[in-house]
Design a binder for this molecule. Structure first.
Ligand code: NAI
Ligand code: PYR
Length: 326
């Protein structure tokens, strides 16, 4: 990582990419922001539009449009590619064919161009695409990170906040784990409010808030993305800010605990896949996977989610396997 100039890259400068770019610029996360899109003219237009606003931003982040290989100089590359305006009708998994093809195209090129930094991937289906980035990039496990259930976890804390009297979601520690998709589950066994276990908080405040309908809260968090999708055709600000937060945490060596989709080494009994779990995020990317002792029911849900991801990974690898060279 460069000590002086902080360089962040974004590949795919559509709804999500542009929201991430805006957060990077307005939070002074990078000195230089490199943006790249297959539609290079559009990306150039976005870069020039940012240049127009520089007097009014807290930083002087230079936004520069580059060809894909130009991203290789970055410390962190945020990934928000997809076939333009492809809207899944019921599951993020519907995007896999298109986004896997883009992944197989761009990652070897960036590898060839010498990228040695950290990838942060939002592209859906996030866990499977993250795994493909790991396989194709030649980078160590800790340098390939999917946003995974980070956004879902923010949704969970906000939904929970709503039913416990508006406690600031930042004072709540609660994570969704598993697939960034329908099979994700809430790790209720490890949820805390101001450091107090959620169980104890619920008991102490029963008179005021009654019993927390955990199923309803979890379901609302799991499906909230679709509620937004139904109304505006995409989600962008939650994930755009999340991507910028990941970049900031890496560049500042924040060592913050967040959910993310990362390659597993058996921490949750699973190997050789990317899946959402809590991690410590810092200069080295995944500094540590935080090992929860999930309840039996949670572990079963997590395992089912992992099996689903592994099935799609296997299928995708088979589809892209080079024919045997006889
Ligand atoms: N992980 C998460 O929590 C979230 C993930 N997403 C995902 O983020 C991705 C992006 O979504 P949107 O920005 O709404 O899509 P979009 O269609 O607005 O933008 C995608 C951009 O990728 C570009 N692109 C396509 N192929 C490319 C290539 N080979 N090289 C460079 N650029 C390429 C397109 O030209 C387009 O500008 C989707 O996969 C979406 O499902 C969206 C919201 C939340
Ligand atoms: C689109 C998506 O993955 C989300 O908003 O959760």
């Amino acid at each position: 990582m460069s000590d002086t100039v902080r360089r962040v890259g974004i590949v795919g400068i559509g709804n999500v990419g542009i929201a991430a770019a805006s957060a990077v610029v307005h939070e002074n996360i990078a000195d230089e922001l490199y943006i790249s899109d297959i539609d290079s003219e559009r990306a150039k237009g976005e870069a020039w539009d940012f240049a127009d606003s520089i007097e009014l931003t807290p930083s002087r982040t230079r936004v520069i449009e580059v060809p894909l290989e130009g991203l290789a100089v970055c410390d962190v590359i945020l990934v928000a590619v997809t076939e333009r305006s492809q809207i899944p009708s019921s599951s993020r998994l519907e995007l896999l064919k298109g986004t896997a093809a883009i992944t197989y195209d761009i990652v070897p090129k960036l590898r060839q161009a010498g990228f040695k930094g950290t990838y942060v991937i939002a592209t859906n289906p996030c866990d499977i695409i993250t795994y493909l980035f790991y396989k194709l990039s030649g980078l160590p496990k800790n340098h390939v990170i999917g946003t995974g259930t980070a956004l879902d976890s923010m949704r969970l804390r906000r939904q929970l906040s709503d039913v416990i009297g508006g406690v600031d979601p930042r004072s709540i520690s609660a994570f969704m784990v598993g697939e960034h998709g329908d099979s994700q589950i809430a790790a209720w066994s490890h949820a805390t409010v101001g450091g107090q276990s959620l169980d104890q908080f619920e008991e102490d405040n029963f008179d005021q808030f009654g019993k927390i309908d955990r199923e309803q809260v979890e379901d609302a968090a799991r499906h909230f993305g679709w509620e937004i999708h139904k109304r505006k055709g995409n989600t962008q600000f939650g994930i755009g800010n999340e991507l910028a937060f990941f970049a900031k945490s890496i560049l500042n060596d924040a060592r913050v605990v967040t959910a993310a989709s990362v390659i597993q080494n058996g921490e949750y009994g699973q190997h050789d896949l990317a899946i959402g779990v809590p991690i410590v995020l810092g200069r080295n990317g995944v500094e540590k996977i935080v090992k929860y002792r999930l309840s039996k029911k949670e572990q079963e849900g997590f395992n089912a989610s992992a099996e689903l991801i592994k099935g799609y990974i296997k299928q995708t690898l088979e589809e892209h396997e080079e024919p045997a060279n006889n």
